[in-house]
Design a protein around this ligand. Structure first.
Ligand SMILES: [Zn+2]
Length: 413
């Protein structure tokens, strides 16, 4: 639950990122000047502060998508003094993800196909209706297939005059993001907030206690979205406890493998349940749009068309479920890995803050039982499991393999 004190305006939302805030607000002022056909210096900014294609990068949890949405709000805001005021109807609609001229795409598929980009390109091409600008925000643009990146290139290179494209990706590393697309965009780096900043946000916005907030800030590896979950969601807390305890169970024969099943199966079930409502709604919408159940001429043809489209939709939904399961498991593996890293830090006597300070005892225990080289092998085993999940190896198989490797490294078998 959110406290009423949740910051609303763009300036407040980006309080911890002054450089990002300045670029966005300056861009919004320059955009206003263009709309009015006056020099940007009337607003005290350079005309070049505004550009049509943007790329926001930052590690997961850095708030890169928040920053991208903040830019959208600043552009369509109608407050005469403060672009992105947070109070006007347009700002509120953007922050509620319901503004007609702001298209915010969160890809559900692991790889964004050329076909998915066609809709985005159409969205980008259409005229804004209530605002001077049409803003298209595409998250996880690192998932664009080469073909999809190419198909997007022309739109990014020469966007329609009323359109602003905002792409989000983890980094500009060529592994993460198309070099050609990168060269056509203005790049804004959104840094990860500090532990203290996250603690403050959790206390102020989530009503967390100082102690819980500090623990969540550190256990989430300073991932803001994740930290919020850790203070609010029992499920997330339970998963964290279970995965960390796995490190202890590794020393107890079959118990570790049983624990893996008990851990993986509920994640799949939860993902299915969490998505079932949206899946149903999507299906009903699709059926309605195709006039399912109608009578008369053409109905048969429609029915055939419907079958194909339903199949496509189900495929998309399956992909979304796979992605959700993978994302949850990957975060748990990150927790798990941090515990072995904590153990390694203790083992070499490094003076660093632990990621899981509440599991210091277990980390110290691991450091005592497993030699340094073995701890490194444990970390490798976890990294390997994460890679396998990325390659669609069934989670149970990947996890069992990891436990086997860790047992070997820990000389527990
Ligand atoms: Zn506003």
């Amino acid at each position: 639950m959110s406290a009423p004190s949740r910051p609303e305006s763009v300036s407040e939302r980006l309080a911890d990122l002054p450089a990002v805030r300045k670029s966005l607000i300056d861009a919004a002022f320059a955009a206003r000047a263009r709309v009015r056909g006056v020099p940007a210096r009337e607003y005290g900014v350079e005309d070049s502060a505004m550009t049509h294609s943007w790329l926001f990068t930052g590690p997961p949890g850095s708030g890169r998508s928040n920053a991208a949405v903040a830019l959208a709000a600043a552009l369509v805001c109608t407050d005469p003094e403060e672009p992105g005021c947070g109070r006007c109807e347009d700002c509120r609609a953007v922050f509620n993800d319901s503004h007609t001229d702001v298209v915010h795409i969160v890809p559900q598929e692991l790889t964004i196909s050329v076909k998915s980009m066609e809709q985005l390109i159409r969205d980008a091409a259409s005229m804004p209706t209530v605002s001077p600008w049409r803003v298209v925000v595409l998250e996880d643009a690192d998932r664009l297939s080469d073909g999809a990146a190419n198909s997007l290139l022309k739109t990014v290179e020469e966007p329609p005059p009323h359109t602003i494209i905002v792409l989000c990706a983890p980094s500009t590393d060529p592994e993460d993001f198309s070099v050609t697309l990168r060269s056509r965009c203005r790049h804004v780096y959104v840094k990860t907030p500090s532990r203290d900043e996250i603690t403050r946000i959790l206390v102020e916005e989530e009503n967390a206690s100082e102690t819980d907030a500090q623990l969540a800030a550190s256990a989430s590896l300073r991932h803001i979205g994740r930290a919020r979950k850790l203070v609010n969601s029992r499920e997330a807390q339970k998963r964290r406890t279970e995965i960390l305890n796995l490190a202890e169970l590794v020393f107890h024969g079959d118990q570790a493998f049983q624990a893996v099943s008990k851990f993986v199966d509920p994640v799949k079930k939860q993902a299915k349940e969490a998505l079932s409502e949206i899946n149903d709604t999507e299906l009903k919408k699709l059926e309605a749009s195709l006039g399912a159940g109608g009578k008369g001429k053409g109905t048969q043809k429609l029915a055939r068309g419907l079958k194909g489209q339903v199949k496509d939709l189900e495929k998309q939904q399956k992909l979304r479920e796979t992605r959700q399961v993978r994302d949850i498991l990957d975060l748990s593996l990150l927790d798990f890995s941090s515990l072995y890293r904590d153990a390694l830090m203790l083992s070499v006597g490094a003076d660093v803050e632990l990621t899981h300070p509440d599991y210091r005892g277990l980390a110290a225990d691991l450091a005592e039982k497993i030699p340094e080289a073995g701890l490194v092998q444990c970390l490798d085993a976890i990294a390997h499991c994460r890679e396998q999940l990325g390659q669609n190896v069934p989670p149970k198989v990947a996890f069992d393999g990891m436990v086997g490797r860790i047992r070997k490294a820990a000389k527990a078998s």
